[in-house]
Design a protein around this ligand. Structure first.
Ligand SMILES: [Zn+2]
Ligand SMILES: [Zn+2]
Length: 258
């Protein structure tokens, strides 16, 4: 089984860098070099001003052998996401794919940044998880996303809840299913302190019983991070019995058998 699609990529990295062919072409080159044929550019919505659909069209014209999807990662950034949502609505028809994610918790806390273990240690972990999944639920119900990114990102530093969150997760997965969303399998978790795929095997199995489809993703913030650990991910998917992957064009989902 060979994975061919990476649906979570950040050409702008962690700062505003307007799209140009110069910025984007290395992503196409590296994708091709490692056997990817279908990629989605999904910069953070706070950098939406850098996204240029005409430049994406130029990239497509220069790389006709690749499927290149115009996307965005919409999160719950308290400062920027109102503008981000507005931008997604305005550009919906030019976008192929919108990821939904939660990066901020109570108190405008960017919990997944390096060094935030200390704050996790200070807080009530059950409350952190409850807050996180409430926000995930709201994002899934927003009507603005096609797929949920790194669903259990809250485990990033390895802090686990004491309370059983089975019922909460079941409700979240039902919402994802009812909203007809996909969910990504993200290798990014393997390079974080938790050292575990996003989401966990248990969540993946539950999602499978509900019939939620999956995308494959690296969350690469550099072009060389594309497809990171995809051989390992393919093995994991075989073990779990996942034989299909979802791709998107203008928010239309198609299923490809691997
Ligand atoms: Zn993210
Ligand atoms: Zn991301």
């Amino acid at each position: 089984m060979r994975l061919f699609s990476d649906y979570h990529l950040h050409p702008q990295g962690h700062r505003l860098q307007p799209y140009t062919l110069e910025l984007l072409q290395p992503w196409a080159d590296h994708a091709r070099a490692i056997g990817l044929r279908d990629i989605a550019l999904t910069d953070h919505d706070r950098y939406h001003r850098g996204v240029d659909f005409d430049e994406i069209d130029r990239l497509r014209a220069a790389n006709p052998d690749l499927k290149i999807r115009a996307g965005i990662e919409l999160d719950n950034d308290l400062v920027h996401s109102a503008a981000g949502r507005e931008w997604v609505e305005k550009n919906w028809d030019r976008l192929d794919f919108v990821l939904g994610s939660v990066h901020f918790l109570r108190g405008d806390w960017a919990f997944d940044h390096a060094g935030e273990e200390a704050e996790f240690a200070r807080r009530d972990i059950d409350e952190v998880y409850a807050d996180y999944y409430e926000r995930i639920h709201a994002m899934a119900a927003s009507g603005l996303v096609d797929c949920m990114a790194h669903l259990d990102l809250v485990k990033i530093f390895g802090f686990r809840p004491i309370r059983d969150f089975g019922d909460v997760l079941d409700a979240v997965l039902s919402e994802i299913h009812d909203a007809d969303l996909a969910m990504e399998l993200s290798t990014a978790g393997w390079r974080k302190p938790v050292g575990e795929l996003y989401p966990s095997d248990e969540i993946i199995r539950q999602a499978m019983t509900k019939g939620i489809p999956f995308t494959t993703a690296s969350d690469g913030h550099s072009h060389v991070q594309q497809g990171e650990n995809f051989v390992r991910l393919a093995t994991k998917m075989s073990e779990l019995g996942i034989q299909e992957v979802s791709i998107f064009e203008r928010h239309e989902r198609a299923t490809v058998v691997l």
